[in-house]
Structure formats: structure tokens, C-alpha cells
Write a protein that binds this ligand. Structure first.
Ligand SMILES: Nc1ncnc2c1ncn2[C@@H]1O[C@H](COP(=O)(O)OP(=O)(O)OP(=O)(O)O)[C@@H](O)[C@H]1O
Ligand SMILES: [Mg+2]
Length: 232
């Protein structure tokens, strides 16, 4: 398989932050529409893998193919980032005094509106649709700084979804969530899957939770994918 039919295809990837690479000959392929869980110890390189996919690291060797395109140049990196949604690890609450609706719609900044172009009907429609899917529609007028941790996590996911990504990267989406909020998040991810045929990569520490959310789980160790575990 050369990765043409894959959402993501990585082969022999070496990348890091200088000196010894964090990813060291990593290979991985993810099919279109697949939900993949990534497990691994603290410091194993899980977040670094996401940063490599997004072309956010200084030196990347090996092949990274995203949606059939080899990612090598800065232009390729920008192309990838316009198609791959990213919810980073441990994001706090926003500091701006804006409503939940506005905070989510801001996800479309640079895509369909900017300093020179105001948000249009399509931006509002899509924001409303996604707020409904993530269960934040009733809170749409609330100040986004006043949300709980679980609600804030859903807001971050909504803000990534509103850009209409083909691939979504979620880095430890369950951090700070209690059991009830983790259930809500799992249902949200099911809902998203029913509505949009997204490819999803989720960094998750809890194996049981990974089984619930993903079709397949991989284990990252010493800069490589060490085990592939089918989730049945
Ligand atoms: N900006 C950076 N500059 C230099 N080294 C970094 C940087 N970010 C991460 N590292 C190093 O790269 C290695 C992998 O870090 P990474 O954040 O990818 O791990 P992780 O698997 O996501 O861990 P965690 O489960 O704690 O989030 C670690 O040794 C870390 O110290
Ligand atoms: Mg991390």
C-alpha cells in the first residue's frame, strides 16, 4: 500500500526538536474514516507525532503523506493545516469576553472571514449545527469564560470541527474530565462520526476508554509504533 487510499501514511519518520530525534523511524497508516487511539507513556512522543503531521517541527525526515499529498514544503504544511483540525493538549479557557457562539465561529477565522470580510450566513449556519451536535446550543449566549472544564473541552472540539476538517487530531481530550463528562465526550464523538465521515486520531491514556472510542489502538514507544491492537 502506498498510502494513496489512506488519510495518513507515515513511513520512516524521524523528527524532533534538534539533537536526538523523538520520532525515530516511525511508520503508521490510517484509513479514511478510521478512528485511531494512540497510547504511550508520558514523553513517548505522542504530541510530537501530531506536530509532525501538522508540519510544525523544524526537521522532518521520512515520508508523511496526508490525504494523498506528500508533505515537504511550507506550502504543503499550510495545505495540511487547512484540512486537519487540531485540539491541543491541556487548553484552558479563553480569555476573551465573547459568547460561546462567537468563540466557536472564530474557528472559521482565516477560512471564510478575516479582518476584511465579516462572517456570513454559512459561517453562522455551520456554527449553529455544530453547537447542536456538541450539546452547547443552549449555552450559545453564555460568556465562554464561564463554562465548566467539560463544556470548555467540547467548545474546543466544536471550534476545530467548524473549519470542516477531513482529519481531526485530539490530544488527550479527557484530561480534567470526570466520568460523567467523559461519557458525554464519548457520545459526542459517536455523534460526530454519524454526521461526518471524519478520520480521527485521539491520544488517550486509558485503554478502556480507547476501546470504546476507536476502531484500532496503537502504542508509541521509543519513537516508533510498537504495537497495533485491534479494538473489538
Ligand atoms: N518544544 C520542545 N522542545 C524540546 N523538546 C521537546 C519539546 N516538546 C517536547 N519535547 C521533548 O520531546 C519528547 C516527547 O514529548 P511529547 O510532548 O511528544 O510527549 P507525549 O508523548 O505527548 O507526552 P505526554 O503524555 O506527557 O503528553 C519529550 O522528551 C519532551 O521533553
Ligand atoms: Mg503530549
Amino acid at each position: 500500500m502506498d498510502g494513496g487510499s489512506c488519510a495518513l501514511w507515515l513511513s520512516g519518520v524521524r523528527a524532533g526538536y534538534g539533537k536526538a530525534p523523538v520520532l525515530n523511524g516511525l511508520s503508521l497508516s490510517v484509513k479514511k474514516g478510521e478512528h485511531l487511539a494512540i497510547l504511550g507513556e508520558n514523553g513517548a512522543g505522542k504530541t510530537t507525532l501530531f506536530r509532525a503531521i501538522l508540519h510544525l517541527l523544524p526537521d522532518i525526515a521520512g515520508t508523511i503523506r496526508v490525504l494523498g499529498r506528500d508533505v515537504k514544503s511550507r506550502e504543503d504544511g499550510a495545505w495540511v493545516r487547512s484540512r486537519v483540525g487540531y485540539v491541543p493538549q491541556g487548553q484552558g479557557k479563553g480569555r476573551l469576553p465573547i459568547s460561546v457562539f462567537e468563540a466557536v465561529m472564530l474557528g472559521r477565522w482565516g477560512k471564510s472571514f478575516s479582518y476584511f470580510r465579516r462572517p456570513g450566513a454559512r459561517d453562522r449556519e455551520l456554527t449553529a449545527e455544530i453547537l447542536d451536535v456538541v450539546g452547547l446550543w443552549d449555552l450559545r449566549d453564555k460568556d465562554c469564560r464561564a463554562l465548566s472544564g467539560g463544556q470548555t473541552q467540547r467548545l474546543h472540539i466544536a471550534r476545530a470541527l467548524v473549519r470542516e476538517p477531513q482529519i481531526l487530531l485530539l490530544d488527550e481530550p479527557t484530561t480534567y474530565l470526570d466520568d460523567a463528562s467523559r461519557d458525554v465526550l464519548a457520545r459526542l464523538i459517536d455523534q460526530v462520526r454519524k454526521k461526518w465521515p471524519l478520520t480521527m486520531l485521539m491520544i488517550i491514556h486509558d485503554w478502556q476508554y480507547a476501546r470504546r472510542l476507536a476502531d484500532r489502538a496503537v502504542y508509541l514507544r521509543r519513537g516508533r509504533i510498537e504495537e497495533c491492537l485491534e479494538v473489538v
